[in-house]
Design a protein around this ligand. Structure first.
Ligand SMILES: Cc1ncc(COP(=O)(O)O)c(C=O)c1O
Length: 370
């Protein structure tokens, strides 16, 4: 007899991770929205210094990191949660807020971890299609809020569609959501968004105790290999609830040390964002040259529907056009993410890499277009 697992194991989707990490040679990793730049040298030194203390558990209260985050973002420390990546806080929010009979509202396509929250908890998920410009339809999302709604997630800029909404539209949305419904504004990519200053949304927290801004060191700070994220919360209650449902010591010592050091290097972070923005425009222009118009990106990745004329015959198995294209690109040393796994068959999501990586990708895709 096979092992009998809990029913939710059949419901929880498997995270669509890129499967090319073992590919040999010089591969452009453009599938996971990572930073193409290595960590800041002082951050590497801080991690090295932390290694000598690994015989001790890390600080379970994350006091130094939370205090540094409080100084940087101007939010009281009791309202700051830290996690093993921001995903950790997201999943903990699902555990703390959702249960059978409860509802979660989010846009679709959006971050592939959101469906996990309902599958794990037995709550009902309401996926509200993005509009024709690939942006959240906030009016339609508001219509879906019922007495059963416990949590609404807005991803801005949205992964995978790369688009963002102006902050005033989000502020009006948060005002219209009943106060007992938690709103997570997932801002994993907010630093790449030219529509608003990343610090602007923080002011909303003082007016909305039900609001949570979810942020990460994985993207702009380039530390996804260590797993550390944080949430700036409108209320201390949210922070203590997500702490309560997690294992103790949920943020490791090297990650805490790295994040504290990274926060001291805002100028370097800003320089990296600027480079990334320039490379985003170059990538967009490269796509236009081969006849593709991506969605208007405010993130470190682009999103587009594959054109009809893509010819993947040389490598094609019995897959979809999208899967074949991804396989053909992998053969040419470029890894990108399939849209189907992210809610749109026939689309691709491509991370903004270095200039050379983008050029390699555009040339590889261009060679497949008839
Ligand atoms: C929208 C969004 N939110 C959250 C995360 C989670 O990031 P992490 O757990 O690395 O902090 C990601 C990662 O890709 C993301 O795209």
């Amino acid at each position: 007899m096979p092992i009998e697992f809990a029913e939710r194991i059949r419901r929880i989707p498997v995270y669509p991770a890129a499967d090319g990490y073992a590919l040999p040679g010089d591969v452009a990793l453009l599938a996971s929205n990572e930073s193409p730049y290595p960590p800041i040298p002082a951050v590497v030194d801080a991690v090295a210094a932390a290694l000598g203390g690994l015989n001790r558990y890390p600080d379970p209260t994350n006091a130094t990191l939370r205090s540094a985050l409080g100084d940087r973002y101007g939010v009281p420390v009791p309202r700051i949660a830290v996690g093993n990546g921001s995903c950790d806080i997201l999943l903990a929010a699902g555990e703390a807020l959702l249960e059978p009979g409860a509802e979660l509202v989010y846009a679709w396509p959006s971050f592939s971890v959101y469906p996990h929250l309902t599958a794990a908890s037995g709550a009902r998920g309401i996926e509200v299609p993005v509009d024709e410009h690939h942006r959240h339809d906030l009016d339609a999302m508001l219509q879906e809020i019922t007495a059963a709604t416990r949590l609404v997630i807005v991803c801005n800029p949205n992964n995978p569609t790369s688009t963002a909404l102006p902050l005033d539209e989000i502020a009006a949305f948060v005002r219209a959501v009943p106060r007992h419904v938690a709103v997570i504004l997932d801002e994993a990519y907010c630093e790449f968004n030219l529509l608003q200053d990343p610090d602007e949304s923080i002011a909303l927290l003082d007016r909305h105790p039900n609001l949570v801004l979810l942020r990460t060191f994985s993207k702009v700070y380039g530390l996804c290999g260590l797993r550390v994220g944080f949430a700036l919360c409108g209320s201390e209650d949210f922070r203590s609830a997500v702490d309560q449902v997690r294992q103790p010591f949920f943020c490791n010592a090297a990650a805490q040390a790295a994040a504290v050091e990274a926060l001291k290097h805002q100028d370097e972070v800003a320089r990296r964002v600027e480079r990334n923005l320039a490379e985003r425009l170059d990538l967009r222009d490269g796509l236009r040259r081969i006849g593709i118009e991506p969605a208007e990106s405010q993130a470190n990745f682009v999103w587009f529907d594959l054109p009809e004329g893509v010819d993947t015959q040389p490598t094609s198995s019995a897959g979809t056009r999208e899967r074949d294209t991804i396989a053909a690109l992998a053969q040419r040393g470029v890894l990108v993410r399939a849209g189907a796994a992210l809610g749109r068959e026939g689309a691709l999501r491509v991370t903004v890499g270095t200039e050379a990586e983008s050029a390699k990708f555009v040339s590889a895709l261009g060679s497949l277009i008839a």
